[in-house]
Design a protein around this ligand. Structure first.
Ligand SMILES: Nc1ncnc2c1ncn2[C@@H]1O[C@H](COP(=O)(O)OP(=O)(O)OP(=O)(O)O)[C@@H](O)[C@H]1O
Ligand SMILES: [Mg+2]
Length: 267
């Protein structure tokens, strides 16, 4: 059994799955020549999988993530998520960015419920969902706190709850733990896997960190320098659930070496 198949997603295998086919992004630059951010990216993902996009700064990772989320349009190529062509923003997606972006004038719980207000959803089932997410992320005691009263890691946990409140099939995360200290980041990695196990959504995770990508993922796509292409795809066959000691095994070290070589940082 593959590592991915041990924590599969919802019953319809199409939900949360997706494909990028020959996706390219060129930004028009005023008074200068066009900037090719993403040259040609193709990959697919299955429901419930955790996929990392690993690559050097400025190579086009955020651009790819935004195209998957429908926030920016691909110049050419095709993206499908949950059997539908991505043509613009859509509801069935959650996003977490590097900075928590909580609204400082709203309490934690009010921040978490905010997307549902925007979507005009009935608030009846939401309290249960919010309470279950707060519990899962160990924030129950802080539900009425203000964002500034939380540590960076706690703010990111709240941002994760907010991204999941409408039960999206796909969760896009752009270096969400990049600003955290190493210890907190490792804790957040385990928490994210726990959340993924419960929520069963697909996660596309952007990171600079080789070890984070390996620990979290079923598959790591290593990007080239800009314009982004996939240099190498590394299948991660670590067992689920992960154990922090997995990080210190020979297999893990070999994967780090493979990723480092693909990035060009180890020659
Ligand atoms: N809206 C935009 N208009 C013009 N150029 C852009 C735009 N967004 C991104 N770029 C350019 O596209 C390239 C890729 O940017 P992107 O933010 O996707 O990289 P990244 O891999 O996420 O970098 P980092 O790791 O530093 O976050 C960069 O050269 C950037 O300047
Ligand atoms: Mg980025």
């Amino acid at each position: 059994m593959s590592a991915a198949s041990s924590h599969t997603g919802p019953e319809d295998p199409g939900l949360g799955s997706g494909t990028l086919q020959n996706v390219k992004k060129v930004f028009g630059m005023e008074g200068a020549s066009d900037l090719v951010a993403v040259k040609d990216i193709s990959f697919s993902f299955s429901s419930g999988e955790v996929i990392s996009l690993l690559g050097p700064s400025g190579c086009g990772k955020t651009t790819v993530l935004k195209m998957i989320g429908g926030l920016i349009e691909a110049t050419s190529g095709e993206i499908t998520v949950s059997n539908s062509l991505v043509r613009g923003p859509y509801e069935n997606v959650g996003m977490v960015f590097q900075t928590p972006t909580l609204m400082p004038w709203r309490s934690v719980i009010s921040n978490i419920k905010f997307p549902l207000e925007v979507l005009g959803k009935q608030l009846t089932d939401i309290d249960d969902k919010a309470i279950s997410l707060l519990k899962l992320t160990n924030l129950t005691e802080f539900k009425n706190a203000w964002p500034h009263e939380l540590s960076g890691g706690m703010q990111q946990r709240a941002a994760l709850c907010r991204a999941l409140i409408h039960s999206p099939e796909i969760l896009l995360m752009d270096e969400p733990f990049g600003a955290l200290d190493e210890l907190t980041r490792m804790e957040m990695n385990d928490l994210l896997l726990k959340v993924n196990y419960q929520e069963k959504n697909t996660v596309i995770f952007v990171t600079h960190s080789i070890s984070e990508a390996i620990y979290l993922s079923d598959k790591v796509h290593v990007f080239s320098k800009r314009p982004a292409e996939i240099r190498k795809t590394i299948n991660i066959n670590l067992p689920h659930p992960r154990n922090p000691t997995d990080r210190y095994t020979d297999y893990f070290k070999q994967l780090e070496l493979d990723a480092g070589e693909a990035l060009g940082v180890i020659r």
